[in-house]
Design a protein around this ligand. Structure first.
Ligand SMILES: Nc1nc2c(c(=O)[nH]1)N[C@@H](CN(C=O)c1ccc(C(=O)N[C@@H](CCC(=O)O)C(=O)O)cc1)CN2
Length: 288
């Protein structure tokens, strides 16, 4: 068996076309969704992601400002900027690109963003609301993963989902979000015993550990759904995931590639959250 590939690039393009119409409807009412993205430092990958966010926003009619701050920016300077954006009525969404330089306290930065503008869904209030299954901003990568599963009509309820990795951005929230959809969830990490045995039990396997080709076909149950969240740049410049695509796709029923898998969905869900923030601010409902 060779797995069906879930093409995140194609799905992202389709969804962005639908969002463009939504944004047009909003602009007819005088509302232009407005996203401010902040980056501190010059990490090339992060710079490329934030520029991608700005480009994708503009393409569908979202106004986006990118604030590029030097590596030497102090913690207090960053908090002050966020406070100014919180009280700027024109700004609907604020995103601080992660990771931040080591001298900046990431938790405090995230907690300073107004929960009403938290389009990344990382604020403790957003997380609490997610756990309580209330409407909130959901983190973009996990939301992108759920959207991919839903678009392929893949059942989640009652399935054993195994999440490898426990980061703030992906691992922790995707496990909770799958639990909210009635999956049975197991988290695995660097201290998990008998890891290979646990991985082989997964109906849905989410891999987000940042280790190239860590997962191979021998870890994948026949017919499983494999979601590869890894983005690893190899020495020759090529991009590869955490999953060995060839061997895993011999076992899986569905698999996401890298690139063109989960990555493009992350930015798409940011656009969706920004539109949601603009609607919430203006108490607007539109067709979608
Ligand atoms: N504040 C945040 N910081 C970070 C997040 C986040 O959601 N919020 N996620 C990641 C990085 N990320 C977005 O910020 C991101 C990563 C990858 C892609 C993407 O489209 N990848 C492409 C390949 C791109 C390439 O060639 O390099 C793909 O997989 O096809 C988009 C967004 C960490 N920080």
């Amino acid at each position: 068996m060779s797995a069906e590939i879930i093409n995140g690039r194609e799905l992202a393009d389709e969804l962005r076309e639908r969002m463009k119409e939504d944004v047009e409807q909003l602009s007819e009412q005088g509302i232009v969704p407005n996203l401010t993205v902040i980056i501190v430092g010059e990490d090339p990958a992060s710079l490329s992601y934030v520029r991608g966010k700005k480009r994708a926003s503009h393409k569908i009619g979202i106004h986006s400002d990118l604030i590029e701050l030097p590596e030497t920016t102090s913690h207090q300077e960053l908090l002050h900027l966020i406070q100014q954006l919180n009280s700027n009525d024109e700004v609907h969404g604020i995103l601080v690109q992660l990771p931040l330089p080591a001298h900046i306290n990431e938790d405090e930065v995230i907690e300073t963003i107004s929960p009403d503008k938290d389009v990344d869904g990382f604020h403790p209030i957003s997380i609490g609301r997610m756990m309580a299954q209330k409407d909130t901003f959901l983190p973009c990568t996990p939301l992108g993963i759920l959207t991919m599963l839903d678009e392929k009509n893949i059942d989640i309820e009652g399935k054993h989902a195994v999440v490898l990795g426990r980061s703030r951005i992906v691992g922790k929230p995707i496990g909770q979000m799958l639990l909210n959809r009635n999956a049975t969830v197991t988290y695995c990490h660097s201290r998990t015993k008998d890891l290979a045995d646990v991985l082989r039990q997964a109906d849905i396997l989410i891999v987000a550990i940042g280790k190239p080709a860590f997962i191979t076909g021998e870890h994948v149950k026949k017919g499983a759904v494999v979601i590869d969240v890894g983005i690893n740049r190899l020495e020759d410049g090529t991009l590869t995931g955490d999953v060995d695509f060839e061997s895993a796709s011999e076992q899986a029923a569905y698999i996401t590639p890298v690139p063109k898998g989960v990555g493009p969905m992350t930015i798409t869900m940011l656009l969706q959250n920004t539109i949601k923030a603009a609607k919430l601010k203006n108490q607007v409902t539109t067709r979608s």
